[in-house]
Design a protein around this ligand. Sequence first.
Ligand SMILES: Cc1cn([C@H]2C[C@H](O)[C@@H](COP(=O)(O)OP(=O)(O)OP(=O)(O)O)O2)c(=O)[nH]c1=O
Length: 189
Amino acid sequence: MGIILASSSPRRQQLLELIGVDFEVIVSDVEEDNTKDMPPHELALTHARDKAVDTAKRASNSDIIIGADTIVVLDGQVFGKPADRAEAIRMLTALAGREHSVISGVAVVMGQQVFSGFNTTIVRIRPLSPAQIKRYVDSGEPMDKAGAYAIQGQGTLLVESINGCYNNVVGLPLGTLSELLQQVGVDLL
Ligand SMILES: Cc1cn([C@H]2C[C@H](O)[C@@H](COP(=O)(O)OP(=O)(O)OP(=O)(O)O)O2)c(=O)[nH]c1=O
């Protein structure tokens, strides 16, 4: 029996290390589709489950697979990772001076069993000038991040306040994950 993280995200790998989990990484082939017509938290849950179930096909039946998905939601509109610089600028322009939700879905798969949950954090972004947004996008940091910012990086300068779990914004709500792992018999504490 081993624990497998179905994620290419270095942040998720670091967070899992933080809580003392021994794991290997097998990245899933799942492509996220943020245009699916479903409530945002269902979208994050579906993607997290799809990633874990896909990786489970390449693992043993006794392995425990963890999948996750993070999205940013503003006025019901879902922001994933920006496709290009122009989209990153559009996302940050929309988020500036306002509150949005960051939702991370997490799924734990063992054999035929699938457990999943999600967490929501409210983040308020400072008012930003077009020049500030352009400079931040030019740093390259936004490109592989949902909503085009990284709270754990220089993007922290964009954040006015957060309400809820910080690690959920970075990509892996560890409290939610530990509850799911308990359901497959793994107690982290
Ligand atoms: C809002 C925010 C997101 N993110 C990241 C977390 C996720 O890695 C990414 C959202 O993309 P995801 O599709 O959730 O994950 P991923 O493509 O990076 O990795 P994989 O699908 O292989 O698991 O945005 C931050 O690192 N910091 C932030 O502040």
